[in-house]
Write a protein that binds this ligand. Structure first.
Ligand code: BGC
Length: 883
């Protein structure tokens, strides 16, 4: 058996409306044999599904490449569907036969194909309080049956399209959040089935969204503009072949919608009575606005991903009626209600109850998170908001009558970017499993079109540091390649001329800074997202094109640092967030004790090393040499400045030791001393961390990598403050911003900086996958073409098992400690890849693989027997080791 499956174009199955000129094709292979590799492949692209008129035939290409193969020699044109299929052969000359036929369809590739005009509601249309959402509409009729129809649409603001009363597509918050000054995504919809011959009615409701709505603090709004507008183009091909184009122009009309107010932070107010009001449509205004910034949708749509039922309806000591979703979630509550016209109901969303069990909103700061609904009356009516989302577990219900208060009338609707789930992790400890669950829900709540710090308070911004800290973990949970591809393009477009990288992307804090943050606005460990993120996506998905694309931005960042201060090899100037929220900070400070220049220079070295590797990958040897030299000099300067001649790191914090070890800034004696110092510090704190945002992601890694795996497990299993499990003991269902968001006595760490859904500390997920399960890779063979599987069992766990869906297929790794002291390690490696499996503590022990002594198994090469580990080289297949 040798099969081909999961054929993808630009990571997607049958994408429509893409504007990539040379799309890349990837596929997976599966076989029931071990050690299978692809020896050749063939791709065909055709005009039609019958593959009679070929546009391209690669012929049989001798290669083991099965991901990101560029379609060559096909000049793609707009609005066209291209069919393709792939077949592959393995080293035994077995063929897969042709894959199922797949396709990609192009969007509008040239800006001048946009004949549509930007339209907006006319200035004399009365919009209540200036906040009411307009509806723009166009009625038209078609006099023949429809053969195919596509809509290309975008907006300044958010849009929600309906065709003949039905929502078009399943995406929300379109067109997504980009750096609208330079990039605006449009979406493509296949509406063949929604159109009808006869009369049709298109309606577009517009909302403020990220474009015009409130973002960042102090009521700041209209970051990109203050006039909502729509750009819309519909192509209909009738059965007789005629093509009709309906686009946004002065023939459209506008009216006020029932949405009286909708803001991301504050929620939505909807007066359902207005649905029934007689409408007086007014002609729209055509407004001038560029179309040069349009790009096809790059990341995955935000969709409704799941729905959850509330677990309880409680009355608090203060008498508030509160719905408990049982999960801190992001999205909204859909509810049904039957009552009199004009009845007003209100839902306020919060993350936690206070220690007395009352509804608590202080940590949401100025965000109101409140949806108001005014009933139209009569039958049961169902409402969910349009242009807002809430981060919450508890919902205070106001204005409902006792008969209307039934759990089953309320549903939690979870929305986020619709990325493919890739990983799973399970172990013998239920609290660690809960931690893993919390990490995943941190991602769900904060990967809503852009990677945000938190989803609930008046912030929800694309903090670069947080993204950088969590990106590797996120790759173990979902396929985040399209998500970060889009975000990195925003980062690049928001990068300052001098290479500085803003604190948040998209940058709504302003190029000149604002009252909270004066310029310069680049901080170490935050701006380094410009280098760390593309490198991570390259490693995990083998996406060299993204590296090429981001290369200039990566260089610009490193060169920006080089120009700071008087010593080009140290970064010891400017503002930095430091080890944000670390526990060794001074009282009343958010910044940990680790010297900020130390952190800045360490990250400078790290980013330069990644840039040097990038230059190598891209074949830019001169650059590689240059950055290798720069790296050497930075490390030298770092040592001179921060490491004593006898090898002691002068900054005596956990985070300082971690950075030096993680970024390989010390070796020999100094390295040993750093490990010792780290262990001393941990002992002093009775094996508790003091690290903040910067140090925490590396803590357990560094321990496991430096012979202190048991210490890493000890930290993992701590249950008192500060530890990952402390919050689990407090009932957390997501990751907290603070180690003591809720204190032992039930009081809160603070009112103002206390998010209960902040993924940064969830970066421990990377260690759970990479070290506990041991799923890692050889960087020379990215995308897990060659994986390194080195599970590290530890005290407290009897088993751990998990999987990771890679570009080549599924890697599985599990281990179990049997009661007789035997360790069982089971590993599955996908076809067309190889692996180095390192069996922990196996030296000197008799090892069996699938019941055969390991030496007798001919599928394995036993390479070394160094330290305590036996290393075996394997090809694809499933392996079960016992010893
Ligand atoms: C955010 C963080 C962010 C930080 C900068 C906070 O307000 O919530 O997660 O990285 O500011 O230090």
């Amino acid at each position: 058996m040798f099969n081909i499956k999961d054929v993808r174009c630009e990571y997607k199955k049958d994408p429509i409306g893409i504007d990539v000129e040379k799309p890349r094709i990837s596929w997976k292979l599966e076989s029931d044999q071990r050690g299978v590799v692809q020896s050749s492949y063939q791709i065909q692209v055709a005009e039609n599904q019958d593959f009679v008129n070929l546009l391209w035939d690669s012929g049989e290409v001798k290669s083991d490449k099965s991901i990101h193969i560029e379609i060559e020699d096909v000049q793609v044109t707009s609005r066209r569907r291209y069919y393709y299929r792939v077949q592959a052969w393995n080293q035994h000359s077995e063929g897969t036969g042709w894959s199922d036929t797949s396709f990609w369809e192009t969007g509008l590739l040239n800006k001048d194909e946009w004949s549509a005009e930007w339209i907006s509601s006319p200035s004399d249309l009365e919009l209540m309080d200036g906040t009411q959402s307009p509806i723009l509409r166009r009625c038209f009729s078609l006099n023949a049956a429809i053969s195919s129809a596509r809509i290309y649409a975008t907006a300044l603001g958010m849009y929600n399209l309906q065709l003949n009363g039905q929502k078009i597509g399943d995406a929300y918050f379109t067109p997504g959040w980009t750096n609208y000054n330079e990039r605006l995504q449009y979406q493509t919809y296949d509406v063949t089935a929604l159109l009808r011959s006869g009369n049709n009615d298109i309606e577009a409701m517009l909302g403020n969204g990220w474009y015009k709505g409130e973002l960042a603090w102090s009521g700041a709004h209209s970051h990109y503009g203050n006039r909502l507008a729509l750009l819309f183009q519909l192509y209909v091909v009738l059965n007789d072949g005629t093509e009709i184009i309906i686009h946004s122009d002065e023939q459209w009309e506008a009216e006020a919608s029932p949405i009286l107010m909708s803001e991301l932070y504050h929620g939505e107010t909807y007066d359902a009575r207005l649905e029934q009001k007689e409408k007086t449509w007014k002609q729209v205004d055509v407004i001038p606005y560029t179309k040069d910034i349009l790009v096809a949708q790059e990341n995955d749509h935000v969709r409704i991903i799941e729905e959850i039922n509330p677990v309880a309806l409680v009355t608090t000591p203060k008498g508030e009626i509160v719905l408990d979703m049982g999960q801190n979630m992001v999205g909204w509550v859909r509810f049904s209600v039957k009552g009199e016209a004009g009845q007003k109901v209100k839902l306020i969303h919060a993350e936690v109850l206070d220690k007395d069990g009352n509804f608590y909103m202080d940590n949401i700061r100025t965000a109101k998170q409140t949806n108001h609904y005014i009933l139209k009356g009569g039958e049961i009516e169902t409402f969910e908001p349009h242009f807002t989302f809430q981060g919450f577990r508890y919902v205070q219900l106001i204005g409902f009558t006792p008969e209307q208060l039934h759990l089953e009338h309320f549903t939690g609707v979870v929305l986020h970017s619709d990325m493919e789930p890739t990983g799973s992790f399970e172990c013998s400890d239920s609290m660690i499993n809960q931690l893993q669950h919390n990490i995943l829900w941190g991602l769900k709540g904060n990967f809503l079109d852009v990677p945000t710090d938190c989803p609930q308070r008046d912030e929800r911004l694309g903090w670069t540091g947080d993204a950088q800290m969590f990106i590797r973990t996120s790759t173990y949970l979902m396929n985040v390649a399209p998500f970060f591809t889009k975000w990195l393009r925003d980062l690049e477009s928001d990068q300052a001329d001098d290479g500085g990288v803003p604190f948040v992307v998209p940058n709504v804090l302003g190029k000149e800074g604002n009252q909270h943050f004066p310029p310069p606005f680049s901080s170490a460990a935050w701006g380094d997202a410009a280098v760390i993120c593309p490198w991570t996506i390259y490693l995990v998905y083998g996406d060299k094109r993204l590296l090429e694309e981001q290369y200039d931005s990566m260089i610009a960042w490193v060169e920006y640092i080089r120009r700071q201060g008087e010593n080009e090899f140290l970064w010891n100037t400017g503002f930095h967030f430091g080890d944000w929220l670390a526990l060794d900070s001074k009282p009343d400070s958010y910044v940990g004790a680790t010297d900020r220049d130390y952190i800045a220079t360490a990250f400078y070295a790290y980013s330069t090393s990644l840039l040097q590797k990038t230059a190598m990958v891209l074949g830019k040897s001169q650059d590689a040499e240059q950055y290798s030299k720069l790296h050497t000099n930075i490390v030298k300067a770092f040592k001179e400045e921060f490491v004593t001649p006898a090898g002691r790191i002068s900054v005596p914090t956990q985070t300082a030791q971690l950075l030096a070890l993680m970024f390989e800034l010390v070796e020999g004696k100094a390295k040993e001393r750093a490990v010792e110092k780290l262990m001393d510090l941990l002992k002093e704190s009775n094996f508790h961390l003091t690290t903040g945002f910067v140090g925490t992601p590396y803590l357990n890694h560094v321990l496991s990598e430096n012979g202190q795996n048991e210490a890493a497990y000890k930290l993992l299993f701590q249950k008192d403050y500060p530890s990952w499990l402390y919050q689990v003991t407090k009932g957390a269902t997501t990751i907290w911003e603070h180690w003591d968001g809720i204190k032992e006595d039930g009081s809160f760490w603070s009112a103002d900086m206390n998010s209960f859904n902040h993924y940064a500390y969830g970066a421990i997920g990377d260690w759970l996958y990479r070290k506990v399960l041991g799923i890692d890779m050889d960087e020379q063979y990215p995308a897990y073409k060659k994986s390194i599987i080195k599970p590290l069992p530890g005290e407290g766990l009897f088993f751990a098992k998990g999987r990771l869906e890679t570009m080549y297929g599924t890697i599985e790794s599990s281990w179990t400690k049997l009661s007789d002291g035997t360790l069982e390690v089971e590993v599955t490696i996908p076809s067309n890849t190889t692996a180095e499996i390192i069996l922990p503590n196996s030296s000197g022990r008799k090892i069996f693989e699938s019941e055969l002594p390991i030496e007798q198994s001919n599928a394995l090469t036993v390479v070394t027997d160094s330290n305590n580990d036996v290393k075996v080289l394997v090809g694809s297949g499933n392996y079960l080791f016992k010893y």
